[in-house]
Design a protein around this ligand. Structure first.
Ligand SMILES: [Fe+2]
Length: 228
């Protein structure tokens, strides 16, 4: 049996190593880990810390299991950060009648464009996988007892692309019904916002992006940004 190896034949260089994600409340570690698994990430470690919360290591796919890149760490929001975010929210009167107008303004921009602020993008090598996972997420958001209503899903279709790409998207169970567009051609995007994970200036949610690029295109959504 082949032993997982951190060796690589690639020339010296860099890759994106890891991202530290945080789940919102101490009891929701297992729920956050289940959500990452539904998204296709591979859990490689579940460490219970002295305070009883879980610290997880995930990789973007199994090829990264023993490597130092392609990693997502997942732990609860650290206490000082939770206190700071609480103080910010109180100072801005979030959710109160006299809420600072900048809060609604920011939320409006995020509602219109999931790429407006901090987010994490993952490249998926199969459009069929992306479609299957997001159709499943839509169902989870409708019916899962713990995740129902906690996922906000948005899709961007490619800008007007090659004829065969257009035909594939017209036949897609997802993209045939999408009238939002990415900032480029020959690729599609699927976004998930969830309040299971905390980030952003108000600590309310995290935006994850999943992209698919049609092969062998010189110009695609992740190679050239187009401002339509
Ligand atoms: Fe993005």
């Amino acid at each position: 049996m082949e032993t997982p190896s951190a060796k690589t034949d690639a020339p010296p260089g860099r890759s994106l190593g890891h991202i530290a994600l945080h789940y919102q409340t101490p009891d929701e570690g297992p729920l956050a880990a289940r959500l990452l698994t539904l998204l296709g990430f591979v859990e490689t470690q579940d460490l219970t810390l002295p305070d009883g919360t879980h610290f997880y290591r995930f990789v973007v796919d199994a090829r990264h299991r023993a490597r130092g890149d392609g990693i997502l760490y997942l732990s609860v929001v650290p206490e000082a950060q939770r206190k700071l975010v609480g103080a910010v929210r109180e100072a801005l009167r979030v959710g109160q009648a006299d809420e600072h107008p900048a809060v609604a303004d920011m939320r409006g921009h995020l509602a219109n464009d999931p790429e407006y602020s901090f987010h994490i993008g993952v490249l998926v090598e199969s459009l069929e996988e992306l479609e299957a996972r997001f159709l499943a997420l839509e169902e989870v958001n409708r019916s899962d007892p713990a995740l129902k209503g906690r996922l906000r899903i948005t899709y961007n279709r490619a800008l007007k692309s090659d004829a065969d790409v257009e035909a594939r998207l017209d036949a897609s169970p997802i993209y045939s019904r999408v009238d939002r567009f990415a900032y480029g051609r020959n690729g599609v995007q699927a976004f998930l916002e969830t309040d299971v994970l905390a980030s952003g200036v108000l600590g309310e949610s995290t935006f994850l992006e999943f992209d698919y690029v049609f092969p062998d295109r010189q110009s695609h959504v992740l190679s050239i940004v187009e401002w339509a």
